[in-house]
Design a protein around this ligand. Sequence first.
Ligand code: NDP
Ligand code: 2IT
Length: 445
Amino acid sequence: MDIERIMNDLEKKHPGEMEYHQAVREVLESIEEVYDENPQFESAGILDRVIEPDRIFTFKVPWADDNGNVQVNLGYRVQFNNAIGPYKGGLRFHPSVNLSILKFLGFEQVFKNSLTTLPMGGGKGGSDFNPKGKSNAEIMRFCQSFMLELWQFIGPDTDVPAGDIGVGGREIGFLYGMYKKLKREHTGVLTGKGINWGGSLIRPEATGFGAVYFVKEMLTSKGESIDGKTFALSGFGNVAWGAATKINQLGGKVLTISGPDGYIYDPDGISGEKIEYMLELRASNEDIVKPYSYEFPGAKFFQGKRPWEVKCDIALPCATENELGKEDAQNLINNGCTCVAEGANMPSTPEAIEMFQEAKVLFAPGKAVNAGGVATSGLEMSQNAMKLGWPSEEVDERLHHIMISIHETCMEHGREDDGYVNYVKGANIAGFLKVANAMLDQGVI
Ligand code: NDP
Ligand code: 2IT
């Protein structure tokens, strides 16, 4: 495999799309050996085909704000690869959204979904719409206008969107309502739906729960457990909330959460009503974690800082891409952190990952750790197709099994000669092989 040739071509075709290039390079470096051992992949041009999205839709999203002023945002859906199932992946509403971010997320989603063992291809979409400070009515009008374009590209067997940053249960409701009206069909076209109208129990918790189940497996492989361990978390959204809940259930202590304004350090641990308070903070649409320190005076707020300077056993970045760099990695290593698991998508920079691996810190990438969210979306699709709903214990048990299976797969493909498990390599190789073999079977299309 000529990685530099492939990367040069990609950079020419998609200039300046740094996040997309970063995600592709990481996968290429991981799969190089396996790819070269299987010349049938090269003969079928698998690599050149798998790194390029199948198609991208872009559209204008006009809407009127509460003052009657017309606003215009950009909307996108990237359908990346459907070799193993319908396109599947979330929608992100955040001012930073652009095609580089959505291509990186769509690309990662292809391999993540492959790891879940469920039949789902990869896609991603969203808008540069900023939910911060918007009223409920504005969010609704925006979602309705967004769906007025999106509906023609999606369907329960074609492309099934869900939530991501800035898109939770409320937005999925508004989006679904408009889809249903336009299509005149009540089908499983979005996941993360409300429990009374086709949603699955445990889907809101699933990404965070799954991430902690994965950490549990990582620790078990070293003869350790979550009980008594301290955790530094970033973010204060859906993933951080689910993770904090499960960590507490398993006897761990959550010391930090963070927002774009800084981080909260709570030495007593973020548990019970404090976890519920995270939901309130997020729902306020105010984009800040500082109020936590007024509500719970035992906690301290560190303006403009990241939580990675806090001494912890385990770090769980759950906010956004490239939020953990070289210096942060050095801080964590110096402070004795032994395990880093990515709840968010690509939160660690390549330099940080290299440092963790060199220091033999247990490190697992987002496409393995946070796969429980989309896996439970897959379980929601199964329930919709059967027109029934499973009890929460059943969904949770299936989720738990899927996370154990992803962990085993990473160990199988990522174990190095000295016994250290390179989870990045393991996840990328296993995710890639399934997709590549499906593409081989289906010919050049
Ligand atoms: P949410 O919108 O619920 O929360 C994201 C959180 O991170 C928000 O609190 C956000 O604040 C905060 N944040 C954004 N930028 C920063 C920053 N620079 N520093 C600290 N905090 C920041 O999104 P999710 O919890 O759903 O998503 C979090 C991550 O997990 C993303 O990478 C997402 O792609 C990934 N993920 C989500 C899944 C899901 O099921 N929801 C599944 C798998 C992965 P703000 O938005 O206000 O800037
Ligand atoms: O990044 C992700 O895996 C998600 N945002 C969840 C996608 C989904 O389809 O549930």
